[in-house]
Structure formats: structure tokens, C-alpha cells
Ligand binder design. Sequence first.
Ligand code: ATP
Length: 194
Amino acid sequence: MLKLGITGGIGSGKTTVCRLFELLGIPVYYADDESKKLLEEDQLVKEQVIKTFSDSILNDLGTIDRKKLAAIVFNNKEQLEKLNAILHPAVGQHFENWLKKQNAVYILKEAAILFESGAYKQVDKVLTVVAPLELKIQRTMKRDGVSREVVEKRIELQMSDEEKIKRSDFVIINNEQELLIPQVLSLHKQLINK
Ligand code: ATP
């Protein structure tokens, strides 16, 4: 079973593209969502995070307040690396367990920081979704209700599209001019005929 990693900058449309693959019956592992779940539900992860960032990141109910955590890590690369050092191995293990339960010609693993996290080593091929910078900013501001500054800061912390493209096997352009569905279908056909 081929493992295809899918990445792209914030607001590039990774999830949108993944939904199209899901419509074709392809299982998708959403690493970013799973890591949020692990942060909330995995006792060991929770303990490590509290130990690293202190219990000031907890809310009144004693669960991790992701907004508080985001405010720390999205402004500081070193803090982000500390959080990732806890989350990445946990997600990696969770993905391996998920993989054992799948039965398909190929699967997708979606991760915003597939290269940065080292998760690309767990997949066979990589697909990058790209979109113009301004479109990524506008989409994210609208979807998350955040300011331009917040989005720009997050983009600064991510690897550039140029670098991602260089390291990818496939690229999908989501600029709202090229149609997405034909691009997805073409890649799907290529992958199932391998
Ligand atoms: P993130 O890394 O922030 O999770 P993402 O790469 O997964 O982002 P999406 O969530 O798929 O991006 O897309 C961001 C927003 O832009 C969503 O609200 C989505 O509906 C919208 N969007 C994505 N692609 C298109 C498109 N081709 N046409 C219109 N809207 C789009």
C-alpha cells in the first residue's frame, strides 16, 4: 500500500484536496487533527506538555487550552520545537497503528509540516498543494477569523512553497483558476495504475 504524504502552507487547501480523495474512496489520515486530539486525550502527551510549558496553559477545567499554547508556540520557534518534540513521535506512532487497519491501493497522510516534522520519512511519495500567498492569507483570515498579522506570522514559521515543491513528487495548484477535480483525478489514476 503506497503512502502518499500531502502537505502545503496554511490555507493552501490541503484539507479541501483530501476531501476529494476521500470521495474517491481513499483513506486519509489527518495528522494535524490527530495531534490536537492527542493533546486533549492522551494522558502521557498531556503530562509532558504541562511539564514543558507549566500549568498556566490549562483552562479552568484542567484541560489544555490550545489558544494559550498557540500564543506561546506560534510566536517562538524554540517553543514550537519543544511542543513538536512531544507531539511528533506520538502522532507518528498513532499513524502506524491507523495504517495497520487500512485496506486500499494507497492512503494519504495530511500534515502542514510534513517536511519540518520529519513525517515525510513515514511516507513513500509527497504531494504539495500550492496557492498564491495572498489567497492563502485571505482564506485563512476568513476561515479562522484571525488577523493578517497572525496568518503572516504562521506562514513565516513554515517552509517556503519553493522548498516544498523541490522536495515533492507531485504538485496540485489551488489558485481558484486551475480546476481541482481534474488534477486530483489525474493523480488518482496514476496512483491506482502503479
Ligand atoms: P490549514 O493548513 O490552515 O489547515 P489547509 O491547507 O488545509 O489549511 P483548507 O482548510 O483546505 O486549507 O482551505 C482553507 C480555506 O480555503 C477553507 O475555508 C476552504 O474552504 C477554502 N478553500 C480552499 N480551496 C478553495 C478553492 N479552490 N475555492 C474556494 N475556497 C477554497
